[in-house]
Design a protein around this ligand. Structure first.
Ligand code: SRM
Ligand code: SF4
Length: 562
């Protein structure tokens, strides 16, 4: 007898979206109810589309659950207008934990907002004409673009294109505005609300999140290969002629689940700038129509590319477009990372790259970056750009303003030269504990100490001032892109990390698992023999990640994972 397995059921989230395609849930009603400190489990999912995560303080869990909210801003290309910055700064003090957290996708996160403050906080953001809509959820997320206005006007053009794509891929629901700006409770039985269909996303949006980035070779500061959709600028004599299309990158995976894996994007073809929006929408709808809606762990665009293949994807895309993409043009990435200190822009103005440890803009006794930035923006009306490595840039500064800005920073303990060691400047950590509900181990709070120990070890083996790209995440979701680093720490359990080695400087290669579970206190013991051999056996100026691929990983089979 032949038995056929019943088709898998759509995931719970699919039912939620289908029942409430405006994404309003009962958020408005719960917001108005001051007797409760949290939203329902269903609204937890809807809130994400509004850029809000319901969290609880994990340091307090043993005592009681203290609910609080993380709010994420949508800032394409990391561009923060001065008037927005001042509002963000003030709201973070009044309603959040008095810090601004630069994210690895050039956004801002506010942590620790409690429910009574959520309404005024969100109103404040929107009154300033900024937004958090679609910063999270099963939609296109914050679009990344190179932020550094160094040598050519190309950066500004690509930045403008990133905003164009961000706008074109925004969901159209009016519920966000009705709840957070107009303060409506919304009636979900309303027929129009129940039958709402987003013109691009349809009724159930995407099966999962979707990420887009622009890059300008040779600098891969945005880590373009880790995105669902990537546009690599192709220029001739400094002028943009079009973009190479990349598709199917993504990093998140789950320990012990072989169906999930990090993947670098494939190069699909070349398009001219007038086709940008059409192509972006076509890629997004392939995800919408073919993504796995039964299993959220397997629902990203990367699995479609991984399983159906690049040729299938190219044909499907060409069919949707009604024209064939041209073959990809040659390009090469050679580096990643930010420029620090003062530099001159292509237009004669100046910019200042500032290192921000783990992306956290804050005030401490000796270091008051938050206060200094507020003073600078108030006085000089400076535009700020957030970088994909969780740092920031003050842009379009007049030559005459350089000195007073440097002085304000110095008065608040923030140097503009020798801002941090080479290891720290090339590092990133995700927030993890105490805010992230998915964290298995610490990340942001322990990385500075781990880096200190690594720096000491490097000095001992004669490698002081060697740049090694080190990233840590509190779990295998890869939020600080730990799977692309030369050394990656990936949280496994409290105080324990998987150790990955072998990413490259251009961030075009995934690293590989080296040790399955290393206690925080044993990290140096594990790295010592590897660094010692690197110091002795490297060829010329070979980078640490390349050496690991050539020597260490050849000799060490990948450990079994659990
Ligand atoms: Fe992420 C979930 C933080 C960039 C892959 N990410 C989360 C959540 C919201 C936890 C949750 O779902 O409850 C984290 C909130 C922590 C907190 O307390 O703030 C979180 N992700 C972050 C940020 C803030 C990390 C940072 O250090 O800056 C980044 C916010 C970017 C932004 O502004 O939009 C952030 N997340 C990333 C990246 C890197 C990137 O996009 O360049 C990745 C890997 C690339 C990718 O998407 O594959 C990433 N985050 C994930 C995943 C895994 C998704 C998957 O495919 O399996 C999750 C888990 C999920 O979605 O269920 C996740
Ligand atoms: Fe949380 Fe894991 Fe992302 Fe870190 S990598 S922020 S622990 S989901």
């Amino acid at each position: 007898m032949i038995t056929t397995a019943a088709p898998a059921k759509p995931s719970r989230n699919e039912g939620l979206k289908d029942n409430c395609p405006t994404l309003a849930g009962t958020i408005g009603t719960t917001l108005a109810n001051t007797a409760v400190d949290r939203f329902s489990d269903d609204d937890y999912e809807f809130l994400k589309f509004h850029g809000i995560y319901q969290q609880d303080d994990r340091d307090q869990r043993k005592i009681a659950k203290h609910y609080m909210f993380m709010v994420r801003g949508r800032l394409p290309g990391g561009l923060v207008k001065p008037e927005h910055y001042l509002v963000f700064d003030q709201l973070s003090t009044q309603y959040a934990n008095n810090t601004l957290r630069i994210t690895s996708r050039q956004g801002f996160q506010f942590h620790g907002v409690v429910k009574t403050g959520l309404g005024p906080f969100m109103k404040g953001i929107n009154d300033a004409l900024a937004t958090t809509l679609a910063a999270c959820g099963d939609v296109n997320r914050n679009v990344m673009a190179p932020p550094t206005p160094a040598t050519s006007a190309l950066v500004e053009q690509v930045q403008a294109d990133s905003r164009q794509i961000s706008d074109a891929l925004l969901p159209q629901t009016s519920a966000y505005h009705q709840i957070w700006v107009e303060g409506q409770e919304l009636n979900l039985q309303d027929e129009a609300a129940k039958n709402f269909v987003d013109p691009l996303y349809g009724k159930t949006y995407l099966p999962r999140k979707f990420k887009t980035a622009f890059a300008i070779p040779p600098l891969n500061d945005v880590d373009v290969f880790t995105n669902c959709l990537g546009f690599v600028a192709i220029a001739e004599q400094g002028k943009l002629v079009g973009y190479n299309l990349l598709a199917g990158g993504g990093l998140g995976m789950s320990h012990g689940n072989v169906q999930t894996y990090p993947r670098v994007a494939d190069v699909i073809g070349f398009l001219t700038p007038e086709h940008l929006v059409t192509v972006a929408k076509a890629v997004l709808t392939v995800h919408r129509d073919f993504g796995d809606r039964t299993n959220r762990k397997h629902a990203r665009l990367k699995y479609i590319l991984g399983e159906k293949g690049v040729e299938w994807f190219r044909n499907e895309l060409n069919e949707r477009l009604g024209f064939k993409l041209a073959p990809a043009r040659p390009f090469e990435f050679t580096k990643q990372g930010d420029l620090f200190g003062w530099h001159q822009q292509f237009d004669g103005n100046h910019f200042l790259g500032l290192y921000v440890e783990t992306g956290r803009i804050k005030d401490t006794d000796k270091y008051q970056l938050k206060t200094a930035l507020r003073k600078i923006v108030e006085q000089f009306h400076t535009e700020i750009r957030l970088t994909p490595s969780q740092n920031l840039i003050l842009t379009s500064v007049k030559a005459s303003d350089r000195e007073p800005i440097t002085k304000i920073l110095a008065e608040h303990g923030v140097p503009v030269e020798n801002q941090a060691t080479v290891i720290r400047r090339a590092s990133m950590a995700c927030p993890a504990l105490p805010t992230c509900g998915l964290a298995l181990a610490e990340s942001e709070r322990v990385l500075p100490d781990i880096l200190g120990r690594i720096e000491q070890l490097l000095a001992e083996v004669g490698l002081k001032d060697e740049e090694i790209i080190i990233r840590s995440t509190g779990c295998p979701n890869g939020c600080a892109r730990s799977f692309m680093s030369e050394i990656g720490f990936v949280g496994k359990a409290p105080g324990k990390y998987q150790l990955y080695l072998g990413g490259n400087q251009a961030s075009t290669r995934l690293n590989r698992l080296f040790k399955e579970s290393v206690k925080n206190e044993d990290i140096i013991t594990e790295l010592r023999p590897v660094f010692t051999r690197f110091a002795k056996e490297r060829i010329g100026a070979e980078r640490f990640g390349d050496f690991c691929v050539r020597v260490i990983l050849q000799e060490t089979p990948a450990p079994a994972t659990t």
